[in-house]
Design a protein around this ligand. Structure first.
Ligand SMILES: *Cc1c(COP(=O)(O)O)cnc(C)c1O
Length: 420
């Protein structure tokens, strides 16, 4: 499609957008002047689906009215509540339903997956991560290595960008494996790097790791609900993600976890078990011997936090109604359009460090701004833009296809250009 940078063109794109009506299903935070802010921060916290309020209230009411009977006696009984999220979640991350479970929060899930899939032994003890990984992932990996008696300074191998570049190259990961293949126990990287927005080739990485005898897992916090992860086809051993970013399920909401079906009933895999992972038919028989549920559900420990799961239902309903393929198609167009507008800003102060090829990114663009400090970011914030700033010089913006418009992109670029 050929773009132009007029306001009329942005309006015409919104008019032609069949998904535009979904914005109405969300509450967009207001700017101080009472207008809707230009919310481009869905990579950090998605906005609230209006139905979330109702669904949480339903559970509070059921608790008041039914008490303990709410575990069984209602449309969405609490004992099975997570099951009502499985199919839609599996569809969005590209997995089979028994490979997916919604449980815990993200970093604990990452730890629990490493309990199962990081088994250092002999010479094979190293974990490969991407450089500039999200700090929680680095802390988790570092502490797992220590817990196994290893030394993170030796046992973490960083996949680094080449000098002068921000993004990572597959060839360099191949070189790491060529040099250390028999020392690597696990590859644990993000699906999309939180800083650059680079979307990695999960399948290629998995094939590379497996061909050298390593396990492979992904932190899909920035990928889930944003790009086509195809987790099952990637062959990854495990994946984890949160639901408060692109999945709009509220601050600190409950996270997702994927375990590939090849591990579904492998009793040689260690896990930290709990009664919610036990055979459902027998869960309430209170037997002492753990008999895990087939698939990812067998990794659950506790009964589910219903009040945090209710908004996920509201959000996933919208994903299903809009159709994830339609969202992906709009996402590409919306992001390409935003990129076009940014390239049209006069001067050379902005460099987009996110990959140019749409297949190597989701909807996030990371803008490195020459000679900028946080005051630039504060100026655009004062004008009603909600984005985020990463020291030293990067603004991240993410036009989210479920609720952002072409006019959001246009307005943002007007404000940014004026501030520059
Ligand atoms: C957002 C994010 C986190 C946050 O972890 P929580 O456990 O949800 O607080 C961790 N890792 C990555 C890669 C993230 O993007």
């Amino acid at each position: 499609m050929t773009y132009n940078s007029t306001k009329e063109f942005a309006q015409s794109l919104d008019q032609a957008d069949e998904l535009a009506r979904f914005r109405e299903s969300f509450t967009i935070p207001k700017h101080v002047d009472g207008t809707e802010s230009i919310y481009l921060c869905g990579n950090s916290l998605g906005v609230q689906p209006k139905k979330a309020v109702e669904y949480v209230a339903d559970e509070l009411n059921d608790w008041a009215q039914l008490g303990v009977k709410g575990h069984f006696d209602k449309t969405f009984p609490w004992t099975r509540y997570h099951e009502f999220l499985t199919d839609s979640m599996a569809e969005v991350v590209g997995a089979k339903p028994h490979e997916v479970v919604v449980m815990n929060t993200l970093t604990p899930n990452l730890h629990f997956m490493m309990v199962s899939f990081y088994k250092p032994s002999g010479k094979r003890r190293k974990i490969v991560m991407e450089a500039d990984a999200f700090p929680s992932d680095t802390y988790a990996v570092d502490s797992q290595i220590k817990w196994h008696g290893g030394n993170p300074a030796e046992d973490i191998i960083l996949w680094q960008p080449r000098p002068g570049s921000s993004t990572l190259m597959m060839e360099d990961l191949e070189t790491i494996f060529k040099n250390h293949g028999d020392e690597i126990a696990l590859v644990m990287i993000a699906s999309i790097n939180y800083y650059t927005g680079q979307f990695f080739d999960l399948k290629k990485i998995t094939e590379l790791g497996h061909s050298h005898g390593a396990m492979v897992g992904f932190d899909c916090a920035h990928g889930a609900g944003n790009v086509d992860l195809k987790l099952h086809d990637s062959g990854a051993d495990f994946a984890v993600w949160c639901t408060y970013k692109y999945m709009n399920s509220g601050p600190g909401s409950i996270a997702g976890c994927f375990v590939h079906e090849r591990h579904a009933d492998n009793d040689q895999i260690n896990r930290f078990a709990g009664w919610w992972g036990h055979n459902k038919e027998e869960r309430f028989l209170m037997k002492p011997k753990f008999d895990p549920i087939y698939g990812a559900e067998g990794w659950q420990q506790s009964n589910a936090p219903i009040l945090s799961m209710a908004p996920i239902r509201a959000s996933m309903e919208l994903f299903m109604e809009a159709g994830f393929d339609n969202l992906l198609a709009k996402s590409k167009q919306l992001t390409n359009y935003l990129e076009y507008l940014i390239h049209n800003i006069e001067g050379d102060r902005i460099k987009i460090i996110t990959p140019k090829d749409p297949k190597d990114r989701g909807c996030q663009l990371s803008l490195a701004v020459k000679d900028a400090d946080k005051s630039l970011f504060e100026t655009i914030s004062d004008k009603g833009v909600i984005a985020d700033w990463r020291e030293p010089d990067v603004i991240r913006v993410a036009p989210v296809p479920l609720y952002n418009s072409y006019m959001d992109c246009w307005n943002f670029v007007q404000i940014l250009a004026a501030a520059l």
